[in-house]
Design a protein around this ligand. Structure first.
Ligand SMILES: [Zn+2]
Length: 124
């Protein structure tokens, strides 16, 4: 018996994680925002759900300023967005089993399940 609903098969979950990843991306953009104009850009972007216009590029400009740990975090988020759109999201890269929803809700860009994460930490 399949006790797990694959995220890719569940429209509501795909939508949920699409929003969570987009929010995580905007949170990083906010870290890079320095001037009032930057913050204005983000306010506009957040108030328009489906803005596909120039504002998207401006958020990209903010994200391009990120460095170090924050840049890595952004790359992980964007990789997760690609997995989500490819229908591969939420599967552990270590053991190929589903990553729990609880873990994904805490860390939406997670590539591995809690068990593999603990094992990896123990090896370090
Ligand atoms: Zn695993």
């Amino acid at each position: 018996m399949k006790s797990w609903t694959s995220i890719a098969d569940n429209r509501l979950l795909v939508d949920e994680f699409r929003q969570r990843l987009a929010a995580a991306r905007l949170r990083l953009a906010r870290l890079a925002a320095i001037t009032d104009a930057d913050l204005e850009t983000l306010a506009v972007r957040e108030s328009r759900e489906a803005a596909e216009d120039a504002a998207v590029g401006t958020v990209g400009d903010l994200l391009a300023r990120l460095q170090g740990q924050e840049r890595l975090e952004l790359e992980e988020i964007e990789a997760a967005q690609e997995r989500l759109e490819a229908g591969e999201y939420g599967v552990c890269e270590g053991c190929q089993k589903p990553i729990s929803l609880g873990r994904l809700r805490t860390a939406p860009a997670a590539r591995i399940c809690t068990l593999c994460h603990v094992k990896a930490e123990a090896l370090e």
